[in-house]
Ligand binder design. Structure first.
Ligand code: 5GP
Length: 202
């Protein structure tokens, strides 16, 4: 029996620290892969095609929707983002554990349409701390920060249907909690039977 790859979906409001947690997760589990989404957003300075994203035109994105190529897609901050169904199916089939960093709308579509993902929502310790982080980390205008905070409040309500919730208060503890979730799902019997079969010839 071939081991089924783990599909780990992470969502968080901006400022919750998801990017840093993801980076740490790949250090702990170097064999995990990051899903490369498709987007109509223009590349930022230093972003390379095929690394963070596949950067495509609106026409290409629309054609992919029409061909049912996406497991989920959503409009985020005015740009379109989508995860190719093929990426997930290949990972699952080939026993690759994959991390998806996607917004709540996309995660919900995926949960409704794609079996077996593990959904984790990362929260900031509280709204005051979220505001402090957003103000501290960026050169965004007060107006943009206010909009992010309004959006964060709406997104936090979506945390209720995720499988796990992590408060990113103390970073190291949040990392351990995220790693524990991965380990628990890696040790599910149905993911272990391939190894048991090989080791004990059963
Ligand atoms: P950014 O453009 O800053 O890299 O990402 C903006 C937002 O888009 C992030 O919240 C990220 O989680 C979300 N995002 C990235 N890729 C996807 C995707 O494939 N699907 C969905 N639904 N959201 C995505």
């Amino acid at each position: 029996m071939k081991r089924e790859g783990l599909i780990l979906i992470l969502s968080a409001p901006s400022g919750a620290g998801k990017t840093s947690l993801c980076r740490e997760l790949f250090k702990i589990f170097p064999d995990m892969k990051e899903s490369v989404s498709y987007t109509t957003r223009v590349p930022r300075m230093g972003e390379v095609e095929g690394e963070a994203y596949h950067f495509v035109t609106q026409e290409t994105f629309d054609a992919m929707i029409a061909e049912d190529s996406f497991a989920e897609w959503a409009i985020v901050h005015g740009n379109m983002y989508g995860t190719a169904l093929r990426t997930l199916e290949d990972a699952r089939k080939n026993g690759i554990d994959m991390v998806l960093d996607i917004d709540c709308q996309g995660a919900l579509k995926l949960k409704e349409q794609f079996d077996g993902g593990v959904y984790v929502f990362i929260l900031p310790p509280n709204m005051e701390e979220l505001r402090r982080r957003l103000e501290h980390r960026s050169s965004d205008s007060q107006d943009v920060i206010e909009r992010r905070i309004v959006r964060a409040s709406a997104e936090i309500k979506e945390s209720r249907w995720y499988d796990y919730i992590i408060f990113n208060d103390i970073f190291d503890i949040a990392c351990q909690e995220l790693a524990s979730i991965v380990i628990a799902h890696r040790r599910k019997t149905f993911r272990m039977m391939e190894k048991v079969g090989k080791v004990f010839d059963i």
